[in-house]
Design a protein. Structure first.
Length: 559
């Protein structure tokens, strides 16, 4: 009985081979194999695909004349597969195309669904090349039903791919929401974990640590906080052995990873606290974003001629509109160019920029220098003012310390609760509705605390250095403005008068000053100190004593 069965199989196989060779002019075929990733071994390994496909081809009397693939290529996109496109390009150029393309199964050919079906149709109609699946023998040569079956398999492969993608995406989102980083860590960090290339950094738990380059970058963040130019920062980093491009440095300034946050499409645009050492605080990161925006805005100043530096700062005292600038050329014995400021709404509000021998009124530039002299501090008062400002800011920070400590402890407690909840969900099969409810409550409370901490965060590093820089500006602002270039002039104007400076049309005098809050405090303390002959002026701190944080780290102008 067994011998009869073997004989039947041999007879059927021989008939099959004869029928195929009768239908086609040749029996040459090409073989295509692939895996999705380099670690794929089970079931679909390259070796298994190759052996099974060759056995299948031999049994049908086919001769494999060329092979393609043999590597890992994701089939989620047909256009991006190098080996797959090499096959198609060679097919388009060859004068003698093969009878068929043999694959282990349809999913090896494509996972794009309708896209794969379209390519299969193109092979058949344009080149007369068919597709054979080795694992089940399905093909689009024998009948239309075979073509339909292959089409269904290709659509099923796409659906399977989408299902896998959904599961992986959900897993990645969950991983990210736990504060863990996906992918390669940015410059300045060493990434330790399970999926890393360096065997010395393989670790059961993810650890992202600042390396030697990171220590240099950490200094660069502090330089940026002091408004140092990127060109100078790159030079200083280069001297320390870290060479990067200006484009990369620009991307670093904008990357929230460095302040310990994850913001991506996996977090739905929300900020997730990462579990790694940050180079700057969140508040410092925000200040740097403001510095970057200010620098971008300063590029517009290049359009303003250096002869009219107050353009963009001066406002009409009547309507509040910014004054525009223009010049008039007078030709007599010599060519003289006279600069003016003008309010386009109030036609009579015209001011000469500089004083001349024949001018009726003093120029606005001379008036501005006089104004800067009036708010300058006496050098002898500098030590007293620094001590007083130190007391003020230290006092404010001390008042907030207790509340910050309580809120941070509460944050740690909530993190532990969330971790326990995640473990219960994974290992104890917690009811989904309860999991979502408790998780939402914890996240809402975390956000509320984070908001309060941002409001209270008044941590100031290098306070003494910042105050010394501020004193350099406060001592002689008129010299900085008088002898600086157009960019330096605008920086000083923006720093001291962030809301602009209004001028009275009739009296041609600057109106009540809207001075930067920080420098207003310096002026107040200076006034008090001038009336005190000796000793230190001590202001008793009140909770209502408010000083604008933005003014605490003024632009140093390279001084």
């Amino acid at each position: 009985m067994a011998d009869a069965t073997i004989a039947d199989i041999e007879r059927i196989t021989a008939t099959r081979i004869k029928r195929v060779t009768q239908k086609v002019r040749g029996n040459d075929v090409w073989l295509y194999t692939r895996v999705s990733n380099i670690t794929q071994t089970e079931g679909y390994s390259i070796q298994v695909q190759d052996e099974e496909s060759r056995t299948f081809a031999t049994n049908l009397g086919f001769t494999i004349t060329d092979t393609f693939g043999g590597t890992h290529e994701s089939a989620s996109s047909d256009l991006l597969r190098k080996e797959f496109n090499r096959l198609r390009n060679k097919l388009a150029k060859t004068k003698k195309p093969p009878f068929a393309i043999v694959v282990y199964d349809a999913s090896r050919f494509s996972r794009t669904g309708s896209g794969g079906i379209s390519i299969m149709q193109e092979l058949k109609t344009k080149y007369g090349v068919y597709l054979y699946s080795a694992c089940d023998g399905v093909n689009n040569f024998d009948s239309d039903r075979g073509e339909i079956a292959l089409g269904k398999q290709l659509l099923s492969a796409q659906e399977d791919n989408l299902n896998r993608k959904d599961k992986i995406t959900a897993s990645l989102k969950k991983f990210t929401r736990l504060g863990k980083w996906l992918g390669v860590a940015p410059l300045g960090y060493d990434h330790h974990g399970l999926r890393v290339k360096d065997p010395n950094k393989v670790s059961a738990q993810q650890r992202i640590i600042i390396n030697d380059d990171g220590k240099k970058l950490k200094m660069a963040w502090q330089w940026k906080l002091r408004s140092m130019r990127d060109k100078e920062i790159l030079h200083k980093l280069s001297l320390k052995g870290l060479k990067i491009t200006k484009q990369k440095l620009s991307r670093i300034w904008r990357n929230p990873f460095y302040c310990g946050l994850i913001i991506s499409n996996r977090t739905d645009g929300k900020a997730i606290k990462g579990h790694w050492e940050k180079m700057v605080t969140y508040e410092e990161f925000k200040r740097i974003q403001k510095i970057i925006k200010r620098k971008v805005g300063e590029k517009k100043n290049e359009k303003i001629p250096s002869e009219r530096p107050l353009q963009g700062t001066l406002k009409c005292g009547d309507c509040g509109r910014k004054l525009t600038g223009y010049h008039r050329t007078i030709t007599k014995k010599n060519i003289i160019v006279v600069q003016y400021y003008n309010c386009q709404k109030c036609n009579k509000a015209t001011f000469n920029s500089s004083s001349t021998r024949k001018s009726t009124h003093e120029g606005l530039h001379e008036k501005f220098i006089t104004l800067l002299r009036s708010i300058a501090i006496l050098p002898a008062l500098k030590p007293l003012i620094i001590q007083q400002l130190t007391l003020i800011y230290t006092g404010i920070h001390t008042e907030q310390a207790d509340e910050q400590k309580t809120l941070k402890a509460k944050t740690d407690e909530l993190e532990k609760k969330l971790d326990v909840l995640e473990r219960k969900n994974i290992f104890e099969d917690l009811r989904k509705d309860l999991y979502e409810k408790y998780k939402t409550e914890i996240i809402i409370e975390q956000r509320e605390i984070a908001t309060k901490l941002q409001e209270l965060d008044f941590e100031i590093s290098n306070l003494k250095s910042y105050l010394n820089d501020a004193m350099l500006i406060a001592e002689k602002p008129y010299e900085i403005w008088q002898f600086g270039d157009i960019e330096l002039k605008h920086s000083l104007q923006k720093l001291l008068f962030p809301n602009g400076l209004r001028i009275d049309r009739e009296k041609r005098e600057y109106l009540t000053l809207d001075l930067n809050t920080f420098f207003s405090q310096i002026a107040t303390i200076s006034s008090d100190c001038e009336g005190k002959k000796k000793g230190l002026l001590l202001h008793k701190q009140q909770k209502s004593y408010v000083v604008a944080g933005v003014g605490l780290e003024p632009t140093t102008f390279g001084l």
